[in-house]
Design a protein around this ligand. Structure first.
Ligand SMILES: Nc1ncnc2c1ncn2[C@@H]1O[C@H](COP(=O)(O)OP(=O)(O)OP(=O)(O)O)[C@@H](O)[C@H]1O
Ligand SMILES: [Mg+2]
Length: 302
């Protein structure tokens, strides 16, 4: 999908990201170019270790590429001084992580407005009210995260991501910890963020049903974009994943009942392609910035 720079909420040109050096080096991104049109919902899929989180982080200014360029709106982030990048991340990017990453000592309301509080800005009351109403948390605002279900906590995280009306919302496996009903609610919300609020969402997921809520799926393998699918259906996504050699999609988990988003019916079936290779390589372990943990929530609002 080609769009002009002014239409793009974010874009990247030839991003390369390597971790480690010598024989232990891992190329997480091997030259990725992508444009995310404003007011679009994009899913990123691919085998484990294919570079999905790294791409999201480099595009959102959470990680620094070794070469290549990236923009959020019209602003190039790859050449931006740290302080300016921190401010831009706080004001123009909303983050949603699999593990919610809420501050346990704050109420839902406190978590939602945290980015603005840190920035010393007053919330736009009408916008805040409409976000809180949309995520359905009006009667839970005084609760702390430990008093909320996983789905409710993720909805707090979505509200927090939206509160500053960011240029782009990035979500790394936002339904990964949720059962199918809560996952479906979160997906429905993300879709409404785009359709009703005009937000731009990029979501990493392993779940074809989740990805089919998007308008376009981008497939990564070995740190490269190997295909895209517009107006995706779960079946078309499954077919593409099998062709890429991903053995079995991870579903949204054992949920209590059907939600608005259908769980894919077809089983994974036999895998025609080769077994996927892009394992973690000699440098295992999680991406440090992927899961900032409660103590690092300020990444969203430093
Ligand atoms: N901080 C790091 N140090 C070393 N290697 C890393 C680091 N972060 C990522 N990698 C490696 O880069 C590659 C891409 O990792 P990335 O986390 O982007 O994959 P992913 O597609 O998000 O995988 P998953 O679906 O398992 O989350 C992997 O081989 C991974 O081991
Ligand atoms: Mg990942």
């Amino acid at each position: 999908m080609i769009c002009t720079a002014s239409e793009a909420a974010a874009r990247a040109e030839n991003l390369v990201r390597r971790y480690g050096s010598g024989p232990a080096a891992v190329t997480a991104l091997a030259g990725v170019s992508i444009e995310i049109p404003a007011e679009s919902f994009t899913a990123v899929m691919g085998p484990s270790g294919s570079g999905k989180s790294t791409l999201l982080h480099c595009m959102a200014g959470l990680d620094t590429a070794d070469s290549g360029r990236a923009w959020i709106g019209g602003e190039e982030i790859t050449s931006m001084p740290d302080r300016q990048l921190t401010r831009l991340r706080r004001d123009r990017v909303g983050f949603i992580f699999q593990a919610y990453n809420l501050l346990p000592v704050l109420s839902a309301a406190g978590n939602i407005t945290l980015p603005l509080d840190i920035a010393g800005r007053d919330p736009d009351r009408a916008w805040l009210a409409s976000v809180v109403e949309t995520v359905g948390l009006a009667d839970r605002l005084s609760h702390r995260p430990s008093e909320l279900s996983g789905g409710q906590q993720q909805r707090v995280a979505i509200a927090r991501a939206l509160v500053s009306r960011p240029a782009i919302v990035v979500a790394d496996e936002p339904t990964g910890n949720l059962d199918s009903r809560a996952g479906a609610e979160v997906l429905d919300l993300l879709r409404r963020c785009v359709g009703e609020f005009g937000q731009t969402v990029v979501m990493v997921t392993h779940d074809p049903a989740a990805a089919s809520c998007s308008q376009r799926v981008v497939f990564l393998a070995d740190g490269q974009i190997v295909g895209t699918l517009d107006q995706p259906t779960p079946q078309a996504i499954l077919d593409r994943m099998r062709a890429l050699g991903e053995p079995e999609p991870r579903g949204p988990g054992p949920g209590p009942g059907p939600g608005p988003v259908p769980v894919p019916v077809p089983g994974p079936g036999p895998v025609p392609g080769p077994v996927p290779v892009p394992g973690p390589g000699p440098v295992p372990g999680p991406v440090p910035v992927a899961d900032p943990g409660p103590g690092r929530i300020a990444q969203n609002g430093e």
